[in-house]
Ligand binder design. Sequence first.
Ligand code: PAN
Ligand code: ZN
Length: 201
Amino acid sequence: MNLRDAAAIHPFPGIAQLEWLAGQMRGAAVRESTKCLSQLAGLFQDQSAYQASDPQSIVYRVQWCEPVSQGTEGGLFWGVTHIEPGRVGEEYFMTHGHFHQERDRSEFYGCVKGEGILLLKNERQSWHESMRAGSLHYIPGLAAHRVINTGDVPLVFWACWPSDAGHDYGPITTDGLGLRVLRGDTGPCVVAVPVPARDTQ
Ligand code: PAN
Ligand code: ZN
C-alpha cells in the first residue's frame, strides 16, 4: 500500500498517548514485545555465563505503533525501548541489534533516562556513542545498531524509523558489531572484537 491509499483509509487521528519521561505508550494501537535471555542465544561473549543465567530473565521490552502497514514507503513508525540493568558474565544487557532490511533507511533514537552505549557498524567501521537522559542519536542508513545498558537502572529511549525499513537480524547474530561493551575495573569498557572471517568464494 502506498501512503496516499493508507491516508485515504485511515486519517491518522491521535494514535497513542505518550508518557514522555516514563517512556510509556498507551492506546489500542500500541503493540508490545518482550525479549528474554532465551531469545538472545549466541549474542553474548561468555557462553558458560549465558548457560548459567535464568533464560526467563527479561532483557528488554519494546512498545511501538504502526500508523501504516509495514513496508509502506514514506510512512514512519514510533516506539520506545526499556532495557533492564543486568549482565551475562561481564557483558551488559543489550538489544539484539540489527541492520534495516532496506539498508539505507535511517532512524532517530532519543534517550529519556538511564545510561548506556549505542554501538553502530557500517561496511567501513564500527563506532559508539554515549546515551544518557536527553541525548539524541541519528542512526544513518547502512548502519547496524545495538543499545547496551551500562547503568544500574533501566535505560529508556524513544525511536522513530521508516515504515519500510524492516529489520534484518541475521548478520548481527553471526558477525556481531565489531565491538562489545564489558564491565571493566573502572567502569564500562568498549572493546574491539574480531569479525569472523568470511569465505568470499
Ligand atoms: C528499535 C529496536 C528496539 C529493539 O525500535 O527495534 O530497540 O532492538 P532490536 O530490534 O535490535 O531487538 C529500532 O531500532 N527499530 O528500527
Ligand atoms: Zn532500527
